[in-house]
Design a protein around this ligand. Structure first.
Ligand code: ZN
Length: 433
């Protein structure tokens, strides 16, 4: 927030009047305003052994530069075996990072994340399906860079935000056929059948499922034995916390089937992250017993010190500033306003998109806006494409000529086939005996 557009103007004026020491101090202050402390805790109770999680605290946007550190937290709740969950845990992060163009600054990098997440999820799914195994997994993947939180998810492992001084909000969408009308419509339109399990006498039981396969989820990674309209394209949401920080609770449905979001947030408020994670699991088990794998990660994003982000000025400095009269006053009052605003716990929404259409998620890209090298890479699997080999993601069909076939992003023939399959444009690869 401190690095707003007005900052540059201030600095120019200051050059005439404010000594270097003060300038440096201000620089430090704005850099400090972007600095956060991240604390986390994990807790789990296993029933089927199909929940997995990932915690990475040493990722860097720029290799070798510790000030570009970001954090990754993820939960994978597997079904029909654990292979997909393990594969996603081990490969998703590198596939996402591989889809971010090199040499981006911090802001551009954050801006590039939503697209890279889509590409990384689809690539991971495609690679896992090539292994010919039938399991599947949810994936809820959280990237924290300074005050900015980016969450991508398929399935029903939720991530909630308890903003300090604000309210509890959901950063994911549940991809459950039972609860998600839009997803039911999408699956049906792509050729899937949605219905309940029917037992003897035609009685229907259990939640809504998708046929073939009988999965209750409408999106996942893996699951090659269900229709290809069960897609790995994640819902992505990006928010920026105020400098008062907040707490994330990321958990598998073992928690959310037992506790509403508010209850989960309330039952651990005030506890340090590690105890909080254990408390949430304990509360879920107390309510419902151990019916399912139950995994919870609590992440606290907090200011570097408890005191406000302001360095004390030495007496000499304050004398100088006093001479500046009105300007000092006005800057002071705007600081106060900013502090008041952040104390309310305002969470700024930067991005949200949940469409299952790749063309919408990968956006448009004109040849002039991109370097020559990235023009000929598949936007999903990043494989290099020979000139004219790539197929525009916006091309109507593999057989028809696009109105703008030169407009990127481009897909390789394989990823283009996958795109068509996910949209129900070709018979899925299901082999039902
Ligand atoms: Zn490809």
């Amino acid at each position: 927030m401190a690095a707003g557009g007005g900052g540059g103007g201030d600095r120019r004026r200051d050059n005439d009047m404010v000594p270097l020491a003060a300038l440096i101090r201000r620089e430090l202050r704005s850099e400090k305003a972007e600095k956060t402390i991240v604390r986390y805790g994990c807790a789990a109770q296993s029933k089927k052994g199909e929940d997995y999680f990932l915690v990475k605290t040493d990722c860097q946007r720029v290799a070798g530069n510790p000030s570009s550190t970001f954090f990754v937290f993820a939960i994978f709740d597997g079904h029909n075996g654990n292979a997909a969950a393990i594969f996603a845990r081990d490969n998703l992060l590198s596939h996402i990072m591989g889809a971010i163009p090199r040499g981006l600054g911090k802001e551009e990098w954050i801006h590039a994340l939503p697209r890279a997440l889509v590409a990384g999820f689809v690539k991971t799914d495609k690679e896992f399906q090539m292994k010919g195994q039938t399991s599947g997994t949810t994936a809820t993947f959280v990237i924290i860079d300074g005050w900015t939180i980016t969450v991508a998810s398929v399935g029903d492992s939720r991530c909630i935000l308890d903003a300090n001084g604000g309210e509890v909000s959901l950063l994911t969408v549940d991809h459950r056929l039972e609860e998600n009308v839009e997803e039911r419509e999408r699956v049906t339109a792509s050729g899937g059948e949605v219905g309940r399990l029917s037992i003897m006498g035609g009685t229907e039981i259990g939640p809504l499922r998708c046929w073939p396969g009988g999965l209750c989820l409408s999106r996942s990674i893996g699951d090659m034995d269900v229709g290809e309209f069960i897609v790995p394209i994640p819902h992505v949401k990006q928010v920026k916390l105020s400098t008062t920080g907040g707490r994330l609770i990321i958990a598998s449905d073992g928690i959310w089937d037992a506790l509403p979001s508010e209850t989960a947030a309330n039952c651990c408020r005030g506890l340090p992250a590690e105890l909080a994670a254990r408390q949430v699991v304990k509360e879920a088990l107390r309510t419902r017993g151990l019916k399912d794998d139950t995994t919870c990660i609590v992440v606290d994003i907090i200011p570097p010190t408890d005191s406000v982000v302001e360095l004390p000025s030495p007496p000499k400095e304050s004398n100088k500033l006093n001479c500046l009269g009105f300007r000092k006053k006005s800057r002071d009052s705007s600081n106060k306003l900013a502090k008041k605003l952040s104390a309310v716990g305002v969470v700024e929404e930067l991005f949200e998109e949940g469409s299952a259409m790749l063309a919408e998620r990968l956006g448009h890209e004109s040849s002039s806006s991109h370097s020559y090298s990235s023009l000929f890479k598949c936007a999903i699997c990043q494989v290099e494409l020979a000139p004219f080999e790539g197929i525009s993601v916006h091309a109507g069909s593999i057989f028809s000529t696009s109105s703008k076939p030169w407009e990127g992003p481009f897909l390789c023939a394989d990823c283009r086939k996958k795109k068509d399959a996910m949209e129900g444009k070709r018979p899925s690869g299901v082999k039902v005996p």
